[in-house]
Write a protein that binds this ligand. Structure first.
Ligand code: SF4
Length: 297
């Protein structure tokens, strides 16, 4: 049994127990695709951009006078920073990353305007300045959690501190198809519930709401996290922790099998193993993998 599991692994159990098994046995079993790398790049860019905006907005306790100028500077700085990191970390994808920069620049400009308009609006309605900034921009970005009590370890994209002394968890998703996001909705809610439970434990503040920020169209989707959701999470977490104990779960069937079309481990699951010889050799350190491979092929 694993000592710690991640919110992502728990969520994969909710999507499909077999996927959780594959993710446990082959945590790095599939090569990074262009889509995955661009998704990571978007996370980095949006997270950093929100962080810098918050610093600029809180420099003085009032609405920034030169926001139009600062806005452009921030976008330029964030994209330059993220592209330089990507050159080091993902040199083989740098062409794809470079091609997405113009598109990202446009979306960052739009989100900056949306945030600024909302700030002006809620200030006009009488909200104190710091509360207004806290609603619009995250208090923490890329927050790590490790709970010995729950046996969960993971990192949330963003946490907001609301004026009513509650927290709101946000996860950034870069799905570019609505149907893909819809099929993964329950899984994403499970992931968000795990972060909510971890945040409550770490900060001792209620976390009744979580949301997804879709970075492709800048929309958000909110979820209420109920006590039942938290109870279900603990149950799924226990099952995910023990997933190796009962052998390889069967493939999804019936109506559920639609999920296979949107599953990132489909090729591995269906037997088209595209790992290199070196990766296969490395994986054989784990005898369990050989055991299940012989059952599955
Ligand atoms: S392809 Fe289908 S059965 Fe296989 S892991 Fe993915 S969702 Fe589960």
């Amino acid at each position: 049994m694993k000592e710690f599991v991640s919110p992502t692994l728990i969520a994969s159990y909710k999507y499909c127990p077999r996927l959780c098994y594959l993710n446990t046995v082959f945590p790095h079993g599939d090569k990074k695709s262009t889509g995955t790398v661009l998704g990571i790049f978007e996370h980095e860019v949006f997270g950093k951009h929100a962080e810098l905006t918050r610093i600029d907005w809180l420099k003085e306790n009032q609405i920034p006078k030169d926001e139009v100028f600062q806005k452009e500077q921030r976008i330029e700085k964030v994209l330059e920073y993220a592209e330089n990191i990507a050159k080091e970390v993902y040199p083989e994808f740098i062409g794809d990353i470079h091609n997405t920069v113009e598109n990202l620049q446009f979306r960052l400009g739009c989100i900056s305007d949306m945030r600024f308009q909302f700030l002006s609006q809620i200030l006009e309605e009488g909200m104190p300045y710091e509360d207004a900034v806290n609603i619009i921009l995250p208090w923490r970005v890329e927050q790590w959690f490790k709970s010995d009590k729950l046996g969960i370890r993971g990192r949330a994209d963003a946490i907001y501190r609301m004026p009513d002394s509650t927290l709101l968890i946000e996860d950034i998703k870069s799905h570019n198809k609505r149907l893909d996001a819809f099929i993964h909705k329950e899984e994403i809610k499970t992931q968000l519930t795990a972060y909510a439970v971890l945040a409550e434990e770490m900060f001792n503040m209620p976390t009744p709401v979580a949301r997804i920020f879709y970075s492709q169209d800048l929309s958000t989707e909110h979820f209420h996290i109920s006590d039942e959701d938290k109870e279900e999470l603990i149950q799924i977490k226990n099952e995910a922790k023990n997933v190796l104990e009962n052998g390889l779960p069967p493939k999804l069937s019936g109506k559920e099998s639609i999920k296979c079309k949107f599953c990132y481990k489909r090729n591995l699951c269906f037997g088209f193993d595209r790992r290199t010889d070196d990766e296969v050799l490395d994986q054989t350190k784990e005898p369990k993998q050989e055991q299940w491979k012989s059952q599955w092929r």
